[in-house]
Design a protein around this ligand. Sequence first.
Ligand code: UDP
Ligand code: MG
Length: 320
Amino acid sequence: MISILCPCFNEEKSLPLFWERITGVLDGNGEDYEFVFVNDGSTDGTLSVMLRLAGLRVSVRVISLSRNFGKEAALSAAIDYAAGDAVIPIDADLQDPPELIPDMIAKWKEGYDVVLARRTDRKSDSFLKRWTAGCFYRLHNRISHPPLPENVGDFRLMSRRVIDVVKLLPERQRFMKGLFAWVGFDTAVIGYTRAERSAGKSSFNFFRLWKLAVEGITSFSALPLVIWSYLGGLISLAAFLYAGYIALRTLIYGVSVPGYASTLCLILFLGGLQLLGIGVIGEYLSRTYMEAKGRPLYVVADVFGPGGKREESTENPLLR
Ligand code: UDP
Ligand code: MG
């Protein structure tokens, strides 16, 4: 069975369109589907639309959250309630085309655990959004490990074992795209063109996207914490060299402005020293931070016994 996960915030207008199009694609596809709708504290009639859809067939589950928790939390809730052998998170606004789902399933049946849908063309996004997204991916992938696949959203297929590992990650600050990438496994990519929103309006304004970007970087990189020791070391070194140069110059040419050179050297040197101290605290803090996340050390994909025979999976999805 395949679980279709759909987090919704104020999507009463998009949901009926979404339902019509996705059931049109999936019905008669020969697969078994369930729908998990999460109402993320909508203030419009989203919940009643969901309940109407749930009345249409048995394979629809509706999870209604007590208030708006944000897309990352709503998606986590959907994952917790999904029962399928593979799950596909999809937006309710039809920006993720349901027509891609059969192709994703075909790739999954070929043996891939993750099938990513990459936006080959972001024409529907404004120039500013495309540019800031590009900057974010470049920065993130330079300083974080593992890298995020570019132009890939939450729309993707993940097998049960991938989802089981995602569920085991105990961290509270959940940047889902990053967590999905962290889990790994064999990954296939298919391309698509991102459409305009079918109805309603995007709930991600610039500030919310900025917060998401900060979340992504701070969840996966300690560089912003530890960079200060290197910067501080450099500044201290420069101050030291400069002090030597000034001392030499004073010895040769005499004093020009009394006290100026020594004060400047002292300020630079102490400033550098303080940054160094902050960086050292950052080193310890980053370790505490990573420990606090409690991520597993590794995830095993397969275990092969004597003669290269694949061993049956164990209870613990991490040690498969
Ligand atoms: N969404 C949600 N909770 C929120 C904000 C958004 O569940 O607090 C859902 C929304 O209903 C949609 C998906 O997340 O199904 C993507 O949101 P949106 O289309 O507003 O984002 P964009 O496509 O503009 O990045
Ligand atoms: Mg959208």
